[in-house]
Write a protein that binds this ligand. Sequence first.
Ligand code: PSV
Ligand code: MN
Length: 403
Amino acid sequence: MDKTALKARLRQQKIETPSWGYQDSGTRFGVFAQPWAAKTIEEKFEDAGQVHKYTGICPTVALHIPWDTCADWSKAKAMAASHNLTIGAINPNVFQDKDYQFGSICHRDERVRAKAIKAHVDCIEIGKATGSDCLSLWFADGTNYPGQDSFRERKHRMQDSLAKVYAALPKGMRMIVEYKFFEPAFYHTDIQDWGSSLLLCQKLGEQAQVLVDTGHHSQGCNIEHIVAILLDEGKLGGFHFNSRKYADDDLTVGSLNPYELFLIYNELVGAEHSSDAKVKACAQRVAYMFDQCHTHKPTVEAIMQSAIHVQEIYAKALLVDQAALASARAAGDLVQAEEVLQDAYKSDVRPMLAELRQDMGLDPEPLKAFRRSGYLQKKAEERQARRAKAGQAAQTMGAGFPT
Ligand code: PSV
Ligand code: MN
């Protein structure tokens, strides 16, 4: 692909950032506060606006309800627009309320299921008010002990509840269903893998698709293969990108397994130009999002770094010589087929991306430019002062945190 075509494709790339990535986060062992961390939805939009301002590829923000609150959702759209953003996926949270301890839409008690279904329908309304076209679902539903509940009954409850949510979707809004093999449930999880999610989505209808969170697989699982199958079925709805070493570690995407991410993108690039219209349409509508937890890195910088990583990986995947790959495969030449991939992967795309940013009126080095702006320090002072006025405790960083 020549440079002009490459740049044109890269200009189309969009990655959604999560509102919850700008707030304080932690593990079950503790939450580490950052003095600039966003708390209100407005502060989250402000931070997300910075990521988009410097990278040029993150124009939408995903919301998590009720982590995000807003007195009047119809105003949230304008609030986001004032930071050059639009609202992306709405994520209903049905895993923290104490009623959901033994499940939400799979719960044995019909009243709990009804409450969870209503939470989803409310999120659809939030989506309509904010201009979102995507409802992004993940369920902590599962059991901890053998015998605790009937797998099959839970499967039916899940299907019936989701059918009610699906019926409330307006035309043009998608439902993307995320799977995860364990945690917080440790014996079984109701939507444990891509197959379970796909089965549900196939029964629900065209507006339901599968969401792949890269951290939600067992060790050694071939994610790019899953991606290829879902694309081929026209059922890949989106990604939650993050990196992991052990479990669902939610580390910065590309920090540990960049070659895996490249191979995932290689499947996507192939599908974007597939001769199969269904596959092509599916690839072109994939929602790319981050789902990460920045316990040890400054929030906004970590998200900016993630966007740059993904942009670099996509650029490398675009450089794969598809014709050469096809002929090496046809000839059964394993070495050459792999060389084609490695050749693209080893290319240094950074000078081209710096040039592209300049073409787009951006600084060629987004992270450095952001650091020069002093935004985090400014926000730390401003937000701490605002909180002090409201009588909230000051947030201090641990020793050794970058200043
Ligand atoms: C669950 O681990 C998950 O990946 C879901 O997407 C949740 O919405 C998100 O993390 C919360 O961070
Ligand atoms: Mn996720």
